[in-house]
Design a protein around this ligand. Structure first.
Ligand code: AMP
Ligand code: GLY
Length: 423
């Protein structure tokens, strides 16, 4: 099979790394990819949201599968585009149609979906711009902390949690007033859930599913999970407290009903589902759906996946997912993100990265790098994800930290406590 992975981050490098190990792969491409994917696949200069360009690549390289990494092309309808184009009818696209992608693209849609199907999630109310006064009134009738969410995609910045009523009122007015553009035309106000958040992943064809290894990601910039929210500073898999009993609840109360809900609403969905779940005193509640894999979770999930990912996706394409199975390695994985100093606020780019060739017993996934005359340079906030994999999660953690200590670029920053809370 000739396969194209769309995207350019650490998640895509991990997907390419995994798919490249499959005996089913003939030629592997990544668009636009990064220097990490270039070592395993042919990078193509494609913008994943330029559907015409993706179509051209499918024809030029005789692709039989396209795996979509990020959410944006999915929310914009790349899967629907594939179904509507005659020239693409023999190429399978991994990812839901625009309607299914609303699970991530619209928080209001996701909440209403969960309400319709009895899936446990925080209580909520939605308000449009015209209902700003009602939204403010709603806040005064509820207790802090206030969880305010812009309905649409807001580059991971659309969730604001405030404990001061006055600030929350101002924030509601700002969001409905256009702070996040059209993404904030509707706002969801949610009950605050107390607990530990985990990331669960499954592949579905809209009627059956196969569960992938789960993970925990570390969202804040600072040690002890303090400071500003980021795209993710590290991840660990598995999470010891997500035991069999908890997994059973997640499957029975969330994964099963989600897939049954997709089927009953006839939503075309063939792809990954990522469910962010809060463990509230042993009971799982959905925080959010994403219609793609997580980043940096993929950098620990793929190393732990023993099954052939391409074989699973091929089963998905052929309507045989129900007969497939997923085998996870008993080994644990810990991934630490090296980021540019200043991230998630302003940071400089273009610094040379050294020491990459010295890494021995860890995996290095490129997230924000570029190559220039043989030199790898920083390009972006999150630069590299360094993953250790070992039977003992503690040793996996040590491997990652040992490996990253030899990698250098100016103003590099990373959290020193990834995995400590669960080991
Ligand atoms: P998101 O951008 O949707 O990933 O949300 C950002 C973060 O806000 C999540 O990872 C949670 O940690 C937190 N969060 C979202 N919804 C809630 C909620 N209802 N209760 C508590 N924390 C939440
Ligand atoms: N790590 C969270 C995300 O990918 O959205």
């Amino acid at each position: 099979m000739n396969v194209l992975v769309l995207g350019s981050g650490g998640r895509e490098h991990a997907l390419v790394w995994k798919i490249s190990q499959s005996p089913l792969v003939n030629k592997l491409y990544c668009g636009p990819g990064n220097p990490g994917t270039a070592s395993l696949a042919h990078n193509l200069e494609i913008d994943p949201c330029n559907f015409e360009a993706v179509k051209q690549a499918v024809m030029d390289y005789a692709l039989s599968m396209v795996v979509v990494g990020p959410e944006e092309p999915l929310v914009r309808g790349i899967a629907d585009y594939f179904s509507s184009e005659e020239a693409l009818k023999d190429c399978f696209l991994v990812g839901p149609g625009a309607r299914g992608a609303q699970l991530e693209g619209s928080k209001d849609f996701a909440k209403a979906f969960m309400r319709r199907h009895g899936i446990p999630t925080a209580g909520y109310a939605s308000f449009t711009q015209e209902q700003t006064a009602e939204a403010v009134d709603y806040l005064t009738r509820h207790k802090p902390p206030y969880v305010l969410k812009a309905d649409g995609l807001a580059a991971g910045k659309g969730v604001v949690i405030l404990s001061d009523l006055q600030e929350a009122k101002e924030e509601i007015r700002a969001i409905l007033g256009g702070k996040f553009g059209d993404a904030g035309n509707t706002v969801v106000i949610e009950e605050f859930l107390e607990g530990i958040e985990l990331s669960f992943f499954f592949i579905t064809d809209g009627t059956s599913y196969q569960i992938l290894p789960h993970a925990k990601d570390y969202k804040r910039i600072g040690v002890g999970d303090t400071g500003l929210n980021t795209g993710g500073m590290g991840a660990v898999s598995p999470v010891p407290f997500a035991d069999e009993a908890f997994m059973k609840k997640v499957e029975e109360r969330i994964i099963g009903p989600t897939v049954a809900g997709l089927a009953s609403e006839e939503i075309d969905y063939k792809g990954f589902v990522f469910v962010g779940i809060m463990n509230c005193g042993g009971d799982p509640y959905v925080i959010e759906y994403n219609v793609r894999m997580g980043d940096p979770e993929t950098e620990v999930v793929m190393p732990r996946l023993r099954s052939d990912l391409l074989e699973l996706l091929d089963a998905l394409a052929k309507g045989k997912l129900v007969d497939a199975s997923v085998e996870a390695s008993p080994k644990g994985a810990v991934s630490v993100m090296l980021v540019s100093g200043g991230y998630p606020q302003e940071y400089a780019q273009g610094y040379p990265v050294t020491g990459l060739d010295q890494v021995a017993d860890a995996l290095v996934f490129h997230a924000g790098t570029r190559e220039e005359e043989g030199v790898i340079r920083t390009k972006g906030g999150r630069v590299l994800a360094v993953t250790g994999l070992h039977a003992d999660l503690r040793e996996a953690r040590s491997q990652a930290y040992r490996a990253l200590s030899g990698i250098r670029f100016k103003d590099v920053y990373y959290r020193t406590d990834i995995g400590l809370d669960v080991i």
